[in-house]
Ligand binder design. Structure first.
Ligand code: FAD
Ligand code: NAP
Length: 314
């Protein structure tokens, strides 16, 4: 039986593995369906991970994550390249179900992340990471004193538009309706911000640019096309929380999740189920940053170590 099963090998899962193995847990397996590293490996530049900074050329997400697995494996973390389909708990023991095998574990840390949704307009994928972004905290600074556009009408779009207005010279808020899902006080703050211009009842037809990156977006509004020349477009049309592994046969979740499917944890990353922890983007109120996911992973790794030592003193 495993001491600990970690589901997901991004910054949260790898750091959880490092702390749990280095702290003394023996049989720790990280189930990662791809190469370890997580979603940051898709990013062409990261400049807000403390202590690791390169001005030109920018440090890529792949470069940031490259040494992490080796450090974890040094202390005994094992990587199983498999997609976990389900995690169950029977009495005190967790079952980890993969397509080919079923594992037993004394504790589990879920670090499966979340995935921002794409809006689906032409050029979105082509310019993703080269002007099109889903993270204002990550990429907003690259557009300091420049004009940018934000797509979406929910809380995230409005809050991130306000964040970007602190950095950028102007923010066009493009939304397909004239009513917002965002909370009224947030909408009011955005309306009162002189740097934010609302472009309503409008959809993005196409993002265009060159090999250098995004040059602008073509918007359709009231049957007319508008050419908005912006080097940055932030898409906030919702996100999928990767919580499928917690779904039980009857459709319920193994532990408490909120209305948006985010796993509810306390400050020790403990879920409502003893021995089950969640860390990183999959958890409630996640800042969705590498440094925060790593911090969560450390807390959860220490928590799992204590849990196993207290409950299974063999
Ligand atoms: P993830 O990194 O999403 O890792 C989850 C892992 O779990 C994945 O590797 C996935 O393959 C695996 N997985 C999921 N389900 C299963 C399953 N069922 N079985 C097995 N494996 C599974 N953050 C910053 O701090 N600075 C930045 O500049 C920055 N830029 C970004 C740019 C881009 C393009 C993107 C996409 C994100 C960026 N982020 C940035 C955000 C950062 O990448 C995330 O906050 C961070 O990676 C979250 O870590 P995590 O470990 O919680 O999840
Ligand atoms: P959301 O509430 O689902 O809003 C998504 C927005 O994107 C909607 O305005 C939607 O338009 C628009 N949209 C969806 N698909 C689109 C497409 N293909 N093209 C163009 N626009 C599209 O997502 P969210 O803002 O990420 O919020 C998710 C949940 O987290 C919400 O329940 C939210 O309240 C919560 N949240 C809360 C806070 C907070 O309390 N401070 C902060 C952030 C998020 P329509 O409106 O027309 O459908």
């Amino acid at each position: 039986m495993l001491d600990l099963a970690i589901i997901g090998g991004g910054p949260a899962g790898l750091t959880a593995g490092l702390y749990a193995t280095r702290g003394g847990l023996k049989d720790v397996v990280m189930f990662e369906m791809g190469m370890p590293g997580g979603q940051i490996t898709q990013s062409s530049e990261i400049e807000n991970y403390p202590g690791v900074f390169r001005e030109e050329p920018h440090l890529t997400g792949m470069e940031l994550m490259e040494p992490w697995p080796k450090q974890c494996m040094h202390f005994g973390l094992k990587h199983e390249m498999a997609e976990v389909k389900q995690v169950k708990k029977e009495e005190d023991i967790f079952k980890i179900i993969t397509p080919s095998q079923e594992y037993e574990a004394k504790s589990v840390i879920v670090c499966t992340g979340s995935t921002p949704k794409r809006a689906g307009f032409k050029g979105e994928d082509e310019f993703f990471g080269r002007g099109v972004s889903t993270c204002a905290t990550c990429d907003g600074f690259f557009y300091k004193d420049k004009e940018v556009a934000v797509l979406g009408g929910g809380d995230t779009a409005l809050e991130e538009a306000l964040y970007l207005a602190n950095i950028c010279s102007k923010v066009y808020l493009i939304h397909r309706r004239d009513k917002f899902r965002a909370a009224p006080p947030t909408v009011e703050r955005a309306e009162n911000n002189p740097k934010i211009e609302f472009v309503l009842n409008a959809t993005i037809k196409e993002a265009y640019g060159s090999a250098m990156g995004l040059d602008g977006v073509i918007i359709e509004q009231d049957g007319k096309e508008i050419d908005l020349k912006v080097p940055g477009l932030f898409v906030f049309v919702g996100h999928n929380v990767n919580n499928k592994v917690l779904k039980q046969d009857d459709g319920s979740f193994l532990c408490d999740v909120n209305d948006w499917g985010e796993v509810i944890v306390n400050l020790k990353m403990q879920t409502s189920v003893p021995g089950l922890f969640a860390a990183g983007d999959v958890r409630v109120d996640a800042a969705k940053q590498v440094v925060c996911a790593a911090g969560d992973g450390a807390v959860a790794g220490i928590g799992a170590l204590n849990y196993v030592q207290e409950h299974f003193n063999d």
